[in-house]
Design a protein around this ligand. Structure first.
Ligand code: PMP
Length: 396
């Protein structure tokens, strides 16, 4: 009988979402998530994935994953601390530490999981976290789980951060204070001001935590935003995902030996959730090796990003202040943004709209994610569609 309260809750809330136009049907990709995808039987130029380097469908990685399945099977069989730690996991973590220029690394089942795990393993109710207002949802949830006081600072506003850091430290209320930031902000493509953040952290003795989900494999010649600024020795927590540029799935923390050891004995998803599968780990390790060995894919990604940005800008679109290949096309009005994206998709370009509450009201945008796997012809075709739809809807 209790079910009726659940039914009422769902009916009311789902209707609310529908009324606000926030109820998105999920599109189903029929086949691989490459530069061209098929949805509802139609082929589309894909400008919405995070598969920055095209590695999700890389033939070399596919073979390595298949080989790992043959040798190790499809599952790790247990959590890491029982007997789910395969030699493959140890090798991946060694590679990750090398990749990030740290003493050690620990892997998790996803980037989301990693933030939930790492923040709550170190911070507690006696602590405070200074968090950029635009940080990713998984950071926000990790902070909440830790029960630390969350102090949001205005996006990349170093004066605001400094003021709030000083206030928190001088209040004497907190045992530890941490600064957390995305390395690359996914909705605008801007890069965190890490040198200034580190300066503030040094001045007030703060812990530093950088989630570079969108930077690893992209900035710093592929090695990420911390490397881009040469701050490997200064940042305490280097977080990354293995699902975007790396093309597979998983997340990690790279840092000092003691920190990683602590996470291995205290972070709950590591202790209580089954380890990444052999295929995922083997493919990931190989992907990191590919990114380390050559900047060819990273260079192509940037070339494609700059090409698309240039094309859209020349047409008169507002592409914001992205410093990375992420190419937002800012439309403003939410309804118009959704209509714009719908028309793009009808015309063969899969670029999704992103509106409030993911971005502030009045800054609705279509976000384009060019990858190394796109050809110039694909990008030209996308730009042509943008021109047509832009003129049709009066955006340009
Ligand atoms: N952190 C940030 C900054 C992200 O953008 C994302 C992915 N959207 C995540 C963490 C989560 O990563 P994953 O998809 O591996 O769970």
């Amino acid at each position: 009988m209790l079910g009726k309260f659940l039914d009422k809750f769902l009916d009311e809330n789902l209707q609310g979402l529908q009324d606000q136009g926030l109820f998105n049907e999920i599109d189903v990709v029929e086949g691989a998530n490459g530069p061209i995808i098929q949805i509802r039987g139609k082929e589309l130029i894909n400008l919405s994935s995070n598969n920055y380097l095209g590695l999700a469908t890389d033939e070399r990685l596919k073979r390595i994953a298949v080989d790992a399945v043959q040798e190790y099977g499809v599952g790790a069989g247990a959590v890491r601390t029982i007997n789910g730690t395969l030699d493959l996991h140890v090798e991946l973590e060694r590679k990750l530490a090398e990749f990030k220029g740290t003493e050690a690394a620990i892997s998790y089942q996803s980037g989301f999981n990693c933030n939930m795990a790492a923040i709550s393993a170190v911070m507690d109710k006696h602590d405070a976290i200074l968090s950029d207002q635009l940080n990713h949802a998984s950071i926000i949830d990790g902070c909440r789980l830790s029960k630390a006081k969350i102090i949001a600072y205005n996006h990349s506003d170093m004066d605001d951060l400094k003021r709030k850091a000083e206030e928190a430290v001088k209040s004497g209320q907190y045992k530890k204070v941490m600064i957390i930031t995305d390395g690359v902000f996914s909705m605008d493509g801007d890069i965190a001001k890490l040198p200034e953040i580190i300066e503030i952290a040094k001045e007030y003795d703060l812990i530093t935590y950088v989630d570079d989900a969108h930077g690893s494999g992209v900035t710093g010649k592929g090695k990420g935003t911390v490397k881009h600024f040469g701050l490997e020795k200064e940042v305490d927590f280097q977080i990354g995902t293995l699902s975007k540029a790396v093309g597979v799935v998983g997340g990690y923390v790279a840092g000092k030996k003691n920190l990683i050891y602590w996470l291995k004995v205290r972070s709950r998803p590591f202790l209580f959730s089954t380890a990444l599968t052999p295929a995922d780990v083997a493919a990931t390790t190989a992907a990191i090796q590919l990114i380390t060995n050559s900047t060819e894919l990273v260079d192509r990604l940037w070339e494609n990003g700059n090409y698309l940005k240039g094309g859209l800008k020349n047409l008169g679109f507002n592409i914001g202040n992205s410093e990375t290949p992420i190419t937002p096309c800012i439309i403003g009005d939410e309804k118009l943004t959704q209509q714009f994206s719908k028309r793009l998709i009808e015309e063969g370009v899969y670029a999704k709209s992103i509106v409030f509450p993911t971005v502030p009201k009045g800054t609705g945008r279509v976000r384009n994610m060019p990858t190394a796997a796109h050809t110039k012809e694909m990008l030209d075709a996308a730009i042509t569609v943008y021109e047509k739809v832009g003129k049709e809807l009066g955006v340009i």
